[in-house]
Design a protein around this ligand. Structure first.
Ligand code: TXA
Ligand code: MG
Length: 316
């Protein structure tokens, strides 16, 4: 059921059921962070491997001490600056956080989302919510209630509709090595914004099978249609002539006529482009194309995040 009634979401969560949670990044598949029955349902419905830990969502910075301990100074500064918002911090966990949430690690990922519906819901619960993105493992993240419905239909009791996600890509994930911050996943807050606050950070972009942040798994965020990423759109269109081509473009429409195209931001605005990214990929994937040709964006600010997602989408 798609609904705007927060009460329905509260009832479902109190009965150990799952809901779709609107956030400013992407929709989450949310359950009670302290309830193992609910957490197991998340992994089952998403077909997510158990080694991939979940993000705990809080209603306020003050709630952080309930779930994490030994918080480094730089984490406090980042929380102060970016919460509520699209930044996830990986911190030492408190003992009562279930192992299922953290995949047995001694750390827990946490964030305070910025979406007013998410905050209103979290404030009315006496437990935090764990919420991975509300898509089957490996597929494109949802940025509208309709996207979530298309994936799960009635298998998800309550889809809480909070409109289209304003940021449109997942949160940035920061962990700590001692007191030093390390970036695990590019996201909705750019590296530049973070470095303005705490100085230079290390960026870890490993592609293991059991990585620190499987947002780093090489294949992820992928449409069903084959997708390639290029600097030279016109060239790729020529190379693929005869095929039914769709294109994902940053600013300017292609010169050559093709079956279908999505322009991310005619103004060339990276924030607008990231807001539109997943919805454009969902539409392209529904067009029965032979191939999607995606244009690489400028490699700065949110362009880095968008290129990261497009690059992972191209992997087999
Ligand atoms: O924007 C977001 O972060 C969205 C919304 C719903 O909040 N959620 C999201 O969750 O993207 P998910 O599950 O798709 O991605 C969570 C990422 C995974 O890459 C996971 O490995 C990482 O967070 N993670 C969680 N706990 C971790 C931990 N203890 N150490 C390292 N990485 C962790
Ligand atoms: Mg995800």
């Amino acid at each position: 059921m798609i609904t705007r009634d927060i009460q329905k979401a509260i009832e479902a969560l109190q009965n150990d059921e799952l809901i779709a949670l609107p956030t400013e990044t992407v929709y989450g598949l949310a359950g009670n962070a302290y309830n193992e029955t609910a957490i197991k349902k998340i992994f089952e419905l998403k077909k997510r491997p158990l080694y991939n830990p979940l993000i705990v969502h809080l209603h306020s910075k003050e709630q952080l001490k309930e779930v994490a301990k030994e918080i480094p100074e730089k984490a406090k500064i980042l929380a102060e600056k970016f919460w509520p918002g699209s930044l996830t911090l990986v911190l030492k966990k408190r003992a009562h956080i279930p192992d299922l949430v953290t995949a047995g690690k001694d750390t827990v990922a946490v964030r305070v989302p910025q979406h007013l519906v998410a905050l209103a819901l979290l404030e009315q619960l006496d437990f935090p919510l764990v919420a991975p993105s509300a898509n089957p493992f490996g597929s494109i993240s949802p940025t509208s209630a309709k996207h979530v419905w298309n994936y799960f239909q009635e298998n998800l009791p309550v889809i809480l509709d909070g409109g289209d996600c304003s940021n449109g890509v997942e949160s940035t994930i920061i962990g700590f090595q001692g007191d030093e911050a390390v970036l695990y996943r590019h996201g909705s807050v750019s590296v530049e914004e973070i470095e303005q606050v705490i100085g230079k950070i290390e960026i870890i972009t490993r592609n293991d099978t059991t990585p620190d942040a499987p947002g780093m798994l090489s294949k992820h965020y992928a449409p069903k249609t084959r997708i390639i990423l290029t600097e030279n759109i016109e060239n790729e269109i020529q190379e693929n002539s005869g095929k039914r081509i769709g294109a994902l473009i940053f600013k300017n429409q292609t010169k050559t006529a093709i079956a279908y195209q999505e322009v991310l931001s005619a103004e060339g605005d990276l924030k607008e482009a990231s807001k539109n990214l997943y919805a454009a990929l969902h539409r392209l994937d529904a067009m029965d194309l032979d191939i999607i040709i995606a244009e690489r964006l400028p490699d700065s600010g949110l362009g880095v995040t968008i290129n990261d997602r497009l690059n992972r989408a191209t992997k087999k």
